[in-house]
Design a protein around this ligand. Structure first.
Ligand code: MEV
Length: 438
């Protein structure tokens, strides 16, 4: 066997993992000390963080930031955001304050059903299977009762089971398409446990019921897994104001021009995939930052959001606009599944703080806050794009990264910031100016 292949890495202790890093990459012997500087000084907290993952050697920090002034359905909140992109946080904070002065942001949940499937092959007549399905359904529900009792007590459980025959995908291919209500939980473990149990019950039915002929007695379970696409778990958020109130201190004609350009930008995102992807990336700048801060699975949220963006057969921007009767109405609709109990949300100390900052929201409230964060982020981006452009703000924000890269001492930074107030920021421009004053 190739002796560069490491066996049993997960059984190594932390020092052994770091030693392996040093051996492979020739890092300095005291790498462990350097890595330790990124760890929490409270050993129990560090253990908590490391226990969340596999093979840790240290911690990786991102800024935990605050955007104030989010007035959502009349409630005034700070949004906790984890993002390495300073302009994202600045744009969210600006948009929140902007809309707080124009009646706030609004949101409503349109549904909360989650989905999962048992994928299986059965070599038989779909109509006959359909005729047996009421009996099969009863067996599936009865035999998963031990898994669903608690969730039912909380008002959730299995909301429906549909049998789908899909020979166009594979010969003799069927699905059990199952709906779930998981209340305040993300519910991934609950859903997957139920689906795996359904798979077992289904196989047993074919083996033992005597209702299927000897030839097609067996069914083959391909897999049983939740779907991160949750089109029935949906949320909408919107803002509105008079067009003439869009720009502070500007003439009505300027506001109208801005509204028209904003509308054109949205229309482009709805039909042009190149623009739609970037447009939606801007939306997820806000959604992910809030999802990460609250310990939610942002990959699941993104995957679902992008599939929803393509629900009509064309990948499109997720926001919409109406300019009517002198009013500007800007909205987003999103398929989204989140949890506020269990998982990282209940374990990570910063996620717990984020939940407190949001006044311990229900899953439905968090869905609304995420949609609002996406809308605000998109508003900020498109507003800049159709007016001053994006680079002015971006590069101003990026200035501190550049100064860090150039290792400019703290005492000189204010002067550099002052100098670049009205100038274009770039790495070479900052470097050149630094050389002249240094
Ligand atoms: C940058 O992170 C996000 C934007 O490109 C989004 C957009 O173009 O709408 C500014």
């Amino acid at each position: 066997m190739d002796d560069s292949i490491i066996q049993g890495f997960s059984k190594f202790n932390k020092q052994e993992r770091i030693d392996a890093l040093i051996r492979k990459y020739g890092f300095q012997e005291d790498l462990d000390k350097w890595l330790a500087t990124f760890e929490n000084s409270d050993v129990s907290i560090q253990k908590l963080i490391e226990d969340m993952s596999e093979n840790p050697v240290s911690s990786f920090h991102l800024p935990f930031t605050i955007a104030p002034n989010f007035v959502v359905n009349g409630k005034n909140l700070f949004f906790p955001l984890v993002s390495e992109e300073s302009s994202v946080v600045a744009a969210l904070a600006n948009a929140a304050g902007y809309w707080a002065r124009r009646g706030g942001l609004h949101a409503e949940v349109l549904g909360t059903e989650k989905k999962g499937q048992v994928h299986f092959i059965w070599n038989g007549n779909p109509e006959y299977l359909r005729s047996l399905f009421p009996e099969i359904r009863s067996k599936l529900l009865a035999e998963s009762d031990f898994l669903t009792t608690k969730m039912k007590q909380r008002g959730g459980g299995i909301t429906g089971i549909e049998l789908k025959s899909l020979p166009q995908i594979l010969p003799n291919y069927f699905q059990l398409d199952v709906g779930f209500e998981t209340c305040d939980a993300m519910g991934a473990n609950f859903i997957n446990s139920c689906l795996e149990q359904f798979g077992k019950s289904l196989q047993e039915y074919f083996r033992t019921s005597g209702k299927v002929s000897v030839n097609n007695r067996e069914c083959e379970i391909i897999m049983a897994i939740l779907s991160n696409y949750t089109p029935e778990s949906r949320v909408r958020a919107w803002v509105e104001c008079r067009v003439t109130n869009l720009l502070d201190g500007k003439l009505p004609q300027e506001c109208e021009l801005f509204a028209r350009k904003f509308e054109q930008a949205i229309r482009i995102s709805q039909v042009d995939v190149s623009r739609a992807v970037t447009h939606n990336k801007g939306i997820f700048n806000g959604i992910d930052a809030l999802a990460i801060a609250t310990g939610n699975d942002f990959r699941a949220i993104e995957a679902c959001g992008h599939a929803f963006a393509a629900r009509n057969g064309l990948y499109a921007g997720l926001t919409d606009i109406q300019l009517q009767d002198g009013k500007f109405r800007f909205s987003i609709e999103l398929a989204l599944a989140v949890g506020v109990v269990g998982g990282v949300t209940a374990v990570h100390p910063m996620a717990k703080l984020a939940m407190k900052i949001l006044d311990n929201p229900s899953a439905k409230e968090l869905m609304m806050y995420l949609a609002v964060a996406g809308l605000a982020s998109n508003f900020g981006a498109v507003k800049a794009l159709v007016s001053v452009g994006i680079q002015q703000g971006h590069m101003k924000m990026h200035l501190s990264n550049i100064m860090n890269q150039l290792q400019i001492p703290e005492v000189n930074r204010a002067e550099i910031q002052q100098y670049f107030q009205d100038k274009t920021v770039s790495y070479s421009a900052v470097e050149e100016y630094w050389l002249t004053i240094n």
